[in-house]
Design a protein around this ligand. Structure first.
Ligand code: SAH
Length: 349
């Protein structure tokens, strides 16, 4: 694979929504339909070079390539699980930063887990993505390219998407929304946003902003504790927006969008795995139309948190004793460190 360095002062054309591309084309005094042609080359045919856009005149191709660049990702490493069909990529960005993307096979199709930032500033104690801090936000094009490039390299079409890789999606709100608009554009990949989940540690004002946009995405909330003392210990964001404020925002999200919230609960031995912790969840969420997903915490080498499938199943039973349903998430790709941020840490520059 040839590594391409994109021009730094050229505009990133893959990050433009259709209407923005149309405006750029009109500014160049070209007919509007050129925007549709270019959008198709970029997001359907997915060429990496303006030279390949053969229905544009050579002169116009030269003109746009002097003003815009088509970004690319470089696959530094591919890890394939021997246990299941999970594949993980370590991608290098233009500025040598690295991110991770994971492709998973489920009964209902192919799902992709993408990163939204380089690093993360949220500081969750159990998470590998946050240990070296935050470097920068990803652009819409860098999120799109994780989809396009992984589809190309694996020869598969992505049917559903989770924003659960490195980073906090709601901390890169505008770029994430723009990315979703491009991805769901019927002139492009045309992915239904009903097949997209955004995972958040709980940035309350941004949950409300997302609800107002009514994109139809599922909101996945990383709860991990049902009392403020424990949650603040493992998730510093809780000091800013506590559990009560978070649950209220989730109720507003459901009321506005009709989309059921999915709560994530990573069971950690000796921290949040007791029956009384299940009782806390019952008093918080009992009666709410939501889904609870229990995950055994993934051990990362920098931290001592542990749990296993047994503790996760036991916690599920505790919840059931209160009449609450929950699923225990299948752990895919555990042999390739598929939990977010672990691969990047091994290859940190
Ligand atoms: N910042 C977002 C999305 C990225 S993390 C968020 O907090 O939701 C994606 C999910 O993986 C979150 O639920 C997060 O809490 C969880 N996670 C992170 N590290 C983990 C680990 N070591 N074991 C289990 N789950 C982990």
């Amino acid at each position: 694979m040839v590594r391409k360095l994109s021009g730094t002062n050229k505009k990133d054309i893959l990050s433009l929504e259709f209407s923005e591309l149309e405006n750029e084309i009109l500014k160049l005094a070209e007919p509007k339909f050129r925007a549709k042609q270019i959008f198709d080359w970029l997001h359907v045919k997915r060429v990496s070079d303006f030279g390949a856009m053969t229905n544009l005149s050579a002169q116009f191709r030269e003109r746009i390539s002097s003003l815009f660049c088509i970004k690319s990702l470089f696959a530094l490493k591919r890890l394939a699980s021997e246990q299941d069909n999970t594949v993980k990529y370590l991608y290098e960005l233009d500025d040598n930063n690295r991110i991770e993307t994971v492709m998973m096979e489920y009964e209902h199709g192919t799902s992709l887990c993408i990163s939204t930032q380089v690093g993360c500033r949220m500081g969750c104690r159990f998470c590998a993505s946050t240990i070296a801090g935050f470097k920068r936000n990803l652009s819409p094009s860098e999120m799109l390219l994780q989809v396009y490039e992984t589809e190309r390299l694996e020869g598969k079409k992505v049917q559903s998407l989770v924003l659960m890789g490195i980073g906090e999606p709601l901390d890169n709100f505008d770029n994430v929304v723009k990315f979703l608009k491009i991805l769901s554009d019927e002139r492009g990949k045309n992915l239904s946003l009903r097949h997209v989940s955004i995972s958040t540690c709980g940035i309350v004002p941004k949950i409300d902003e997302l609800a107002r946009l009514k994109l139809g995405v599922t909101l996945s909330v990383s709860l991990h504790a049902g009392n403020d003392r424990t949650r603040s210990e493992i998730m510093p964001v809780n000091n800013k927006y506590n559990i009560g404020e978070l649950i209220d925002a989730c109720k507003r999200y459901f009321d506005k969008t009709g989309r059921r919230i999915s709560y994530e609960y990573a069971v950690i031995d000796g921290v949040n795995d007791r029956k009384k912790n299940a009782a806390e969840l019952y008093s918080l969420l009992g009666g709410q139309n939501c889904h609870i997903n229990i995950i055994p915490v993934n051990k990362i080498k920098e931290r001592s948190f542990t749990s296993d499938r047994k503790s996760a199943n036991q916690f599920k039973k505790y919840l059931e004793s209160f009449g609450m349903n929950a699923t225990v998430r299948r752990t895919l790709g555990s042999d390739i460190n598929a939990a977010c941020g672990q691969l990047r840490r091994e290859y940190e520059v």
